[in-house]
Ligand binder design. Structure first.
Ligand code: ADP
Ligand code: MG
Length: 172
């Protein structure tokens, strides 16, 4: 006999805390991030907990306008791949095209962390494989979840140019 109580019929699945990286550098990038956060908040299975400040960063390994970046903290009952599908659908809805690697984009949504899970599949790697090289991920993530960002990691990206996106933020 199991020592665990059986899950009650209709009981909600336990929510996992996750962090999503947002970036855009075409059109009205701050508006794209606002729209994406609104859409996340209205997606069944996702509860928006907090958002970081909006940051501005220069493109890495590419030309084009500066990026606007932020991180959203969510609680979700979606499985990791289902969450990735939601993020990719939102990228598509924002008109995202992938003409070449690191091309400018209307919206980039990355699943940075999903609880404390490590995931290695062909289309999804968590923690996000490049997040620890990127100040535009680590700075906003550290604002929300400093326990997830070792000081040495922040120090390693301190030479990357990044600042706040104007003095104003989301409500702009
Ligand atoms: P990047 O965000 O690194 O600039 P893209 O947004 O073009 O690159 O993503 C390329 C691919 O990365 C996607 O097709 C997706 O399947 C894959 N991928 C792997 N792990 C993740 C993750 N944690 N979050 C988002 N996409 C991921
Ligand atoms: Mg991406």
């Amino acid at each position: 006999m199991s020592t665990h109580p059986a899950p009650q019929a209709g009981a909600p699945a336990p929510a996992v805390q996750a962090w999503v990286g947002l970036g855009a550098n075409l059109g009205d990038p701050a508006a794209a991030l606002r729209q994406a956060v609104r859409a996340l908040a209205h997606t069944p299975g996702i509860r928006l907990l907090r958002t970081s400040s909006l940051y501005r960063s220069a493109p890495v390994d590419a030309g084009g306008p500066d990026y606007v970046n932020a991180v959203a903290e969510i609680a979700t009952t979606l499985a990791p791949h289902a969450l990735l599908a939601v993020l990719q659908a939102l990228e598509q809805a924002a008109g995202r095209e992938r003409p070449y690697r690191n091309a400018p984009r209307t919206l980039d949504l990355d699943l940075l962390l999903y609880g404390d899970q490590h995931i290695a599949t062909p289309d999804l790697t968590v923690p996000h494989p490049r997040m620890f090289e990127r100040a535009f991920v680590l700075r906003p993530l550290a604002e929300l979840a400093p326990q997830q960002v070792p000081p040495a990691a922040l120090q390693a990206v301190q030479d990357q140019a990044i600042g706040l996106w104007r003095p104003v933020g989301w409500a702009d």
